[in-house]
Design a protein around this ligand. Structure first.
Ligand code: BGC
Length: 391
């Protein structure tokens, strides 16, 4: 989830998005894909027992902070499908969510991140995936990854499901075409996403396309580029109404409202995520998008002013948990959500290990980090201590 991106017209730097349709809305089922209702409203959120277990194990090891730590587990976190093998996790997650739904008597929403395109993370290293364009990746992505996911969504028709589709991918197409791994992926990213959108056009599923974050696509020219790409992809997928909206700040650290960005990159008109949501909405309207909602990942953006470079995306030192997940926190924002499970690493800080990205050993990154997706206990404890609002 990390990439080299163009952050202003003159400069290339390493940034990161990750670290860079019909819905069941309003507590009930609606019938058409990309429904105009906010799927987060009037529902409970699924609490993933595996995440709760990580939090609980950490609480047991730190009795002095245990009560505070345990509060984290009351919040929902994203369910990452990042490999073909991990698709097997989906059934137990959705079965567990159904149990929580039956117990509460209220629709219980699961948020799933679909993340396994061929040449994944094409501008960085730490989240490089298993599929390659040159090795039949496109067909495998469709048949072995998207198809079984769609089948499982279908098998849980009375539960609301939100999909965040392929973080960073279209952002990379907007700004990183100079990199051969991204160039090679151009049509495959588009085809894969179009295929997934069509397959996920189910009454209980709401799809959000990833739109990176303000420090990547906030510039006027970059917003225009991503809007054009969204338009092309959605024309091929059946129209803008095939999705519910766009996901911002996935696995990144950009604050909701601080003006950090204005200091770090004064030419960017979007100094934070709430401004980005507003300005991006206007850009998208010019390209025919209307009535779409935004999700903002607030897992780790509670504290502002933590980076020397906006482009730092890996386990940024000093970060704190952000706003608690909830529906409609601001007009036009469908939800704040902890898309990246707080405590999961963004990538290994070991320069001699596999998938090492120098961002993860850089001056803004916490050291001692395990591989992307693995539990990083000391980092989790810092997120807890630095939570804003406090737990
Ligand atoms: C990693 C995934 C992981 C996810 C959630 C991503 O950066 O590449 O493997 O599941 O973060 O922690």
């Amino acid at each position: 989830m990390h990439q080299r991106i163009r952050i202003n017209p003159a400069l290339f730097v390493i940034l990161c998005a990750s670290a860079c349709a019909g819905t069941i809305g309003q507590g009930g089922a609606s019938s058409s894909p990309g429904s105009s209702t906010n799927p987060f409203k009037g529902v409970n959120f699924f609490l993933n027992p595996a995440y709760t277990a990580n939090v609980e194990a950490t609480a047991k090891k730190h009795p002095d902070m245990a009560d505070t730590i345990r509060k984290v587990a009351k919040n929902p976190t994203g369910l990452w499908l990042d490999s073909i093998g991990h698709v097997a996790n989906l059934k137990p997650w959705l079965d567990d969510a159904k149990k929580q739904q039956d117990a509460s008597g209220k629709p219980t929403l699961s948020l799933v991140i679909v993340y396994d395109l061929p040449n994944r993370d094409c501008s960085a290293a730490s989240s490089a995936g298993e599929l390659m364009v040159a090795q039949n990746g496109e067909a495998r992505y469709m048949n072995e990854f998207i198809d079984p996911i769609a089948a499982e969504f279908k098998a849980h028709p009375d539960q609301p499901i939100v999909v965040v589709l392929e973080p960073d991918s279209l952002g990379n197409l907007a700004t990183n075409m100079a990199l051969p791994k991204c160039q090679e992926a151009k049509s495959v990213y588009k085809n894969g996403i179009v295929y997934a959108i069509k397959k996920f056009a189910l009454p209980n599923v709401s799809v959000y396309l990833d739109a990176a974050h303000s420090g990547w696509l906030g510039w006027d020219d970059n917003r225009a580029k991503i809007a054009k790409i969204f338009k092309t992809v959605l024309n091929d997928a059946g129209g803008p109404e095939m999705i519910r909206g766009f996901a911002l700040n996935t696995a990144n650290f950009t604050h909701l409202s601080n003006r950090d960005g204005a200091v770090l990159e004064p030419t960017n008109p979007c100094p934070n995520e709430l401004t980005y949501a507003k300005v991006l909405r206007k850009t998208l309207e010019m390209y025919g998008f209307k009535n779409h909602g935004f999700i903002i990942d607030t897992s780790r953006n509670g504290k502002g002013n933590i980076r020397a470079k906006w482009g730092s995306w890996c386990n940024v030192h000093g970060a704190g948990l952000g706003e608690r997940p909830r529906a409609e926190p601001e007009p036009g924002i469908d939800a704040y959500f902890w898309v990246k499970p707080p405590g999961d690493s963004d990538g290994s800080s070991d320069p001699n290990g596999p998938r090492y990205d120098e961002m993860c050993g850089g001056p803004d990154a916490a050291k001692g980090a395990p591989q992307a997706g693995e539990w990083f206990e000391s980092y989790f404890l810092d997120l807890v201590r630095n939570a804003r609002p406090p737990l």
